[in-house]
Design a protein around this ligand. Structure first.
Ligand code: GTP
Length: 434
């Protein structure tokens, strides 16, 4: 049943133990909502050209090139409405309403930062199309003081579409073919340039003499975005994917860590349990089971020592100590005695309480001479130790030794040592017999 313990912990565990991750999730949600709700204000920008007073706005006709078409403002002060009367004096009669951006003849306005134009125009007349045009100054193809050398890019708008405001994308703008052909430009100069626009405007054309056309521009606004909606959604999706993947990883790591910890705890507990089942509760040295376990391990694993000695020792007249000082003082004597012995034995020796006031010391690879030395040392140390009994009393031990070959069973070795212990007791106690 205990093996299901780690699973139990995993099931009881909350999805995220770290509140920081939940806080991050909440923050990400709020940020997403805020970003999406605030999109137009934060990510879009615009510039209204008409109506407006930032730039010079003018009307022109083909009289500039010797024609006779006439143009006039209908509203001189607002400069939004014009009237054109065409004359077929020249091959291509025209009238223009032009916004002039240039601060210097070669320094205009960068319109490439905008994505589109919002155009609201009222038109009266027989025309089918009007033209939106852009004149750009480029160092490689334009000459100062030569307006015709400004690149002519344009988009034609069907009049039929103008019954409501329309959006013209900057992508729709193309370079006029005739302008390219007239100049024999290299290919790189044949593409649209609107990064240095000197002027832009609306051009009306007619080949019918006496035609009158009226135009009113209610609004002409350039619009741009720092980041498009599509890009924004993409970034949000990437952000969320990142958060979710990290979330899954955090959960997996936490679970793995918990499982490992639970297994380690269980292993440790099992180890402790095993250890404690082999320890004597009172003295905390090996109990009988621990000693037997030590011996069997020694017999199985030790390849070098051919003999072992076994020392069995017993506190002399321990009953008297109990009777005179009480059972708990007797316990204390046993505890102190075990502690002293534990401190003096070698790492490879096995020491434990065999029962009552009897202790056992198993010394691998130890011959009689060495065993006698150890036993005598123990006997002397115990007899000289102050066990803090009140009134004071000398505590002694009697020790019986047996020297055995590696294959001798422990029961036999104990029996031999016990005989010698009995002999030590019978011969006056506080002595070592072998
Ligand atoms: N305080 C205490 N006494 C114990 C414990 N285990 C055994 N004893 C006592 O140890 C005493 C052993 O007495 P005996 O077997 O007569 O031996 P002894 O008095 O030591 O006399 P000899 O061994 O002949 O020197 C008994 O009174 C037991 O009750 C223990 O864990 N604590």
């Amino acid at each position: 049943m205990r093996s299901s313990y780690p699973e139990l912990i995993v099931l009881k565990m909350p999805l995220f133990r770290s509140n920081r991750f939940l806080a991050l999730l909440l923050l990400a949600m709020l940020t997403t909502v805020a970003v999406m709700a605030g999109y137009p204000e934060r990510f879009e920008f615009s510039e209204q050209l008409i109506p407006g007073e930032n730039y010079h706005i003018e009307v022109q006709s083909d009289q500039m090139i010797g024609g006779k078409s006439s143009v006039r403002w209908i509203d001189e002060s607002e400069k939004q409405a014009m009237e054109c009367q065409f004359s077929t004096q020249v091959a291509h009669p025209y009238c223009l309403l032009q916004v002039y951006f240039a601060s210097e003849p070669n320094i205009g306005k960068d319109l490439s930062i905008f994505q589109d134009m919002l155009i609201d125009i009222d038109y009266q007349g027989p025309g089918q199309e009007l033209r939106l045009y852009f004149r750009n100054f480029g160092a490689t193809y334009s000459k100062l003081e030569d307006f015709d050398s400004l690149k002519y890019s344009m988009v034609d708008i069907p009049i039929a579409e103008l019954n409501q405001p329309i959006v013209v994308k900057m992508d729709e703008i193309k370079v006029a073919n005739w302008w390219v052909l007239e100049r024999h430009l290299p290919r790189p100069d044949r593409y649209v340039d609107i990064d240095n626009v000197i002027a832009m405007g609306i051009e009306l054309k007619s080949s019918v003499d006496g035609t009158v056309e009226r135009l009113r521009i209610n609004q002409l606004t350039l619009r741009g975005t720092y980041i498009s909606r599509e890009q924004l959604y993409l970034y949000i999706i990437i952000g969320w994917a990142f958060i979710l993947v990290s979330g899954v990883m955090v959960v997996l790591i936490e679970r793995f860590r918990d499982k490992t910890t639970a297994i380690q705890k269980l292993t440790h507990e099992t180890f402790e349990l095993k250890q404690s089942s082999q320890l004597d509760q009172l003295t905390e040295v090996l109990n009988r089971r621990g000693v037997l376990n030590f011996f069997s391990r020694y017999q199985q694993q030790d390849k070098y020592s051919k003999i072992y000695s076994l020392l069995l020792f017993d506190v002399d007249h321990f009953k008297q100590i109990n009777d005179q000082y009480g059972h708990s003082d007797g316990d204390r004597v046993l505890q102190q005695l075990a502690k002293k012995l534990k401190a003096m034995i070698r790492n490879q020796d096995g020491f434990g309480r065999w029962g009552g006031e009897e202790f056992i010391l198993l010394c691998p690879g130890t011959n009689l001479e060495q065993a006698l030395k150890v036993a005598e040392k123990i006997r002397l140390m115990i007899s000289e130790h102050n066990f803090e009994l009140e009134p004071s009393k000398q505590v002694t031990v009697s020790i019986g030794i047996s020297i055995n070959s590696l294959s001798t069973p422990i029961e036999v070795a104990i029996e031999r040592a016990d005989k010698n212990l009995y002999s030590a007791k019978a011969n006056g106690r506080n002595r070592v017999h072998y």
